[in-house]
Write a protein that binds this ligand. Structure first.
Ligand SMILES: Cc1cc2nc3c(=O)[nH]c(=O)nc-3n(C[C@H](O)[C@H](O)[C@H](O)COP(=O)(O)O)c2cc1C
Length: 255
């Protein structure tokens, strides 16, 4: 199995080392090959907000950078890790740039069946919220998300702190590995079901064949399906799904 980690730091230090440690732990658990991509070595341009990727398709993006090479690496992987230092209580600008370049996938989720997790390194605090943020991005891209981890790296990193961080990474690697080998298509949570029904109702009512999202949903059969991929919904989820459809349709009509 292949795992690719994308690092949002300009240097190979705390974030790189924590990620490398997690990947090496994964290798000790099973047959894993990995690649670490330093986003600082890639050419990622700043989104110009033309919205062509959303409306007409990602191939219409006027920026010519490494976006598609990085996407190919994600497609060729079974597992993906986004790792970033905490910069002013958010991901680094490099990681944010990368997320912005992937934004069309939030409209047209794609990475189903693949496993995602996040790593945040920080000096003193606030990182848990960033883990939550990055994990929610993984989920919006379509991945199966394994809760990420946050390690504190304030210098000098004491022996006690290092042991604590190693323990966090060790637990994280086991969590990630057990999900990675399952290659699941999980039954959606109520929240995920609601998000899917709201998105499809909005697209169906507010768009038409001239929009890329509309065609993507049409091609995938998502205007009629229960969820993004085949799932067996229990009676409660079936009923609540219909309710979400109804409410979302009313909301979209009144938009
Ligand atoms: C510009 C900048 C902003 C930072 N902001 C925060 C912050 O808000 N909270 C925090 O806990 N650490 C903050 N830090 C510390 C880094 O998150 C921490 O040193 C991190 O482990 C660096 O990762 P790296 O070695 O991979 O570059 C900041 C560091 C820099 C350079």
């Amino acid at each position: 199995m292949k795992v690719t980690a994308f690092i949002g730091s300009a240097r190979k230090h705390h974030t790189y080392k924590a990620t490398e440690k997690l990947l090496q732990k994964l290798q000790s658990l099973g047959n894993i090959e990995y690649e670490i991509v330093m986003l600082s070595d890639c050419n990622l341009e700043i989104c110009k907000s033309c919205l062509l990727c959303f409306d007409k398709g990602e191939e219409c993006c006027p920026l010519k950078d490494d976006r598609d090479k990085l996407i190919k690496k994600m497609i060729d992987s079974d597992g993906v890790i986004f790792a970033s230092p905490n910069y002013t209580f958010q991901v680094s600008a490099l990681m944010k740039l990368f997320l912005d370049r992937l934004a069309f996938f939030f409209h047209r989720p794609f990475f189903f069946g693949k496993t995602f997790t996040s790593i945040i390194t920080q000096g003193f605090g606030g990182g848990e919220d960033i883990v939550e943020y990055l994990d929610s991005m993984g989920s919006a891209l379509g991945f199966n998300v394994v809760k990420g981890s946050c390690v504190t790296t304030v210098e000098p990193v004491t022996e006690k702190r290092q042991k604590k961080n190693d323990k966090i990474i060790d637990k994280h690697s086991k969590r990630f590995y057990s999900k990675l080998i399952k290659k699941e298509y999980p039954n959606p949570s109520l929240f995920m079901l609601m998000m899917f029904r709201i998105a499809r109702s909005r697209i169906k009512i507010l768009q038409n064949e001239t929009f890329r999202d509309y065609n993507y949903y049409m091609e995938n059969g998502w205007f009629e399906s229960d969820y993004f991929y085949p799932v067996r919904l229990n009676l409660f989820k079936k009923l609540i799904g219909k309710f979400f459809d109804l409410i979302a349709t009313q909301m979209a009509k009144s938009y």
